[in-house]
Design a binder for this molecule. Structure first.
Ligand code: GUN
Ligand code: FE
Length: 459
């Protein structure tokens, strides 16, 4: 009788081992037990090999991949504004401040309507899973009820996520701000408690502390949020915030936080920078900022599509990596025009090439191995989850995509079909959701073109 909680995959396996090492196993075995990877074994060539070598898998179910298929790690989006999803592709005319005023503040304010939150977040979470984003660090809005609805949807559809209520007091328009420091902190606490209640083990959904950024949260609010994230010396809570997105952003931060020249010093002084802090953009960092990010273990969410659309500037990814700062990728919907993480990887590649051309220093160019790392294991590091997700090492959770590039334009007739690396490049640079046959989170088949027989969320 097949065991329902064990599964053997036989076929091509692709994953990052480090920034500089992409491992492609042309034909190997991978075994999972419940949500966890038990073995990845290049000596295994068939299901019977696996059953013999791992006796506890003797009755496990199995999947043998075809020659155009491979397992790829689930994509990890370190920065996405869920409420802004309906605005995708809108508002590329203005700069950051104009775009926030004309597009972002109005739509975010509208999430006082819980019905709207249910409609948008239900569709968004399913769409993100179809696009292969197995983990997303979401920004929400100032409404704790809508934030909790987003958490409900992630749990319902089976997406790993980091979610928080956005805290905004000043600097916003269209009434997209809260009444007081006390109210903002109280509502953040409500969301943290709610998320910890609906997912007590944090198996899927984790809470997050979210000051929007320097101009929008005064010192007293930053201080309260920092204390909350420090969690009384216990397990720290994630933090997600914007940092050094434009020169204007930095100028405004200095006005709201007198005495602080650098964003990094300001956040650090409130206890907001640690290994579970996600800082979006980080384009105009000073040397002091970079040193603080490296020293505190806080990570950067690089959003190349968004940075280009808003003309914020160019994030110096190579310099950050060389100086020991963790970097991952985000889509930053809706400042960019895509929530597909492969788009973020492609744009990270292109933006880095523009930086090389501008500076005359080819070292800025991010290679193929590096962009795959940034969208998977690098992003896992930014979320401080590199020991749980990001690649297929035994002991990690099975968050995976079963990719099939067969049948896609120019694969079968290109002559590349026997070249393992070429197939992966075709996927990363040219693929779309038509190639995503199955999406697994925690070992559960939750989405993909081969629909789960029984939707995971109906169990
Ligand atoms: N700064 C403050 N709010 C936002 C936002 O929603 N998107 C981006 N890109 N930057 C911000
Ligand atoms: Fe953002």
């Amino acid at each position: 009788m097949p065991s329902s909680n064990k599964h053997i995959f036989i076929g091509r396996i692709v994953h990052s081992l480090s920034l500089k090492k992409l491992e492609i196993l042309p034909w190997a075995g991978l075994g999972i037990e419940n949500d966890t990877i038990v073995f990845v074994d290049r000596s295994i060539k068939s299901v019977s090999d696996a059953r013999k070598k791992y006796p506890s898998f003797a009755t496990a179910a199995s999947t043998v991949l075809s020659s155009t298929q491979f397992l790829f790690p689930g994509l990890i989006d370190t920065h996405l504004h869920a409420p802004q999803w309906p605005n995708l592709a809108m508002g590329m005319e203005g700069n950051l401040a104009e775009w926030v005023r004309d597009y972002t503040d109005p739509i975010e304010a509208s999430y006082s309507d819980n019905e709207k939150a249910k409609r948008v977040y239900s569709e968004l979470v399913q769409k993100e899973l179809e696009l292969g984003s197995t983990t997303v660090a979401y920004n929400s809005t100032i409404h704790y009820q809508a934030t909790n609805i987003l958490a409900d949807m992630c749990l319902k559809y089976g997406q790993r996520s980091i979610i928080g209520k956005l805290c905004i007091l000043g600097g916003a328009t269209h009434h997209n701000y809260e009444k007081s420091v006390e109210q903002s902190l109280e509502d953040e606490e409500k969301s943290v408690e709610y998320i910890q209640k609906i997912d007590p083990t944090g198996k899927l959904v984790l809470p997050c502390i979210q000051p929007r950024g320097g101009p929008w949260a005064p010192p007293a609010l930053m201080d309260g949020l920092g204390k909350m994230s420090q969690n009384g010396g216990g397990e720290k809570l994630h933090v997600q915030a914007h940092m050094c997105e434009t020169e204007d952003d930095i100028e405004k931060m200095r006005k709201v936080h007198p005495g602080f020249e650098n964003y990094g010093e300001m956040y650090k002084s409130h206890g907001l920078l640690h290994e579970k802090s996600i800082l979006a953009h980080c384009i105009h960092l000073s040397d002091v900022d970079i040193a603080i990010l490296a020293e505190t273990g806080a990570g950067v969410a690089h959003n190349p599509n968004s940075n280009t659309c808003l003309r914020d500037g160019v994030c110096r990814v190579r310099e950050l990596l060389d100086k020991g700062v963790k970097v991952g990728l985000g889509t930053d919907c809706s400042a960019g025009y895509s929530t597909f993480m492969l788009d973020s990887m492609r744009q990270a590649s292109n933006v880095s090439r523009h930086l090389s051309m501008r500076t005359g220093d080819d070292n800025n160019t991010l290679g193929f191995t590096e962009i795959v790392y940034l969208g998977t294991l690098g992003s896992a590091g930014v979320l401080s989850m590199q020991d749980q997700i990001g690649n297929f090492l035994p002991g990690k959770l099975f968050d995976a995509l079963l990719i099939d590039v067969g049948g896609n334009d120019c694969i079968n007739i290109s002559g590349w079909e026997k070249d393992d690396l070429a197939l992966v490049k075709k996927w990363v640079f040219m693929g779309d959701d038509r190639s995503i046959r199955k999406v697994f989170v925690n070992g559960v088949h939750v989405a993909g073109k081969d629909k789960p027989k029984k939707a995971a969320w109906l169990k």
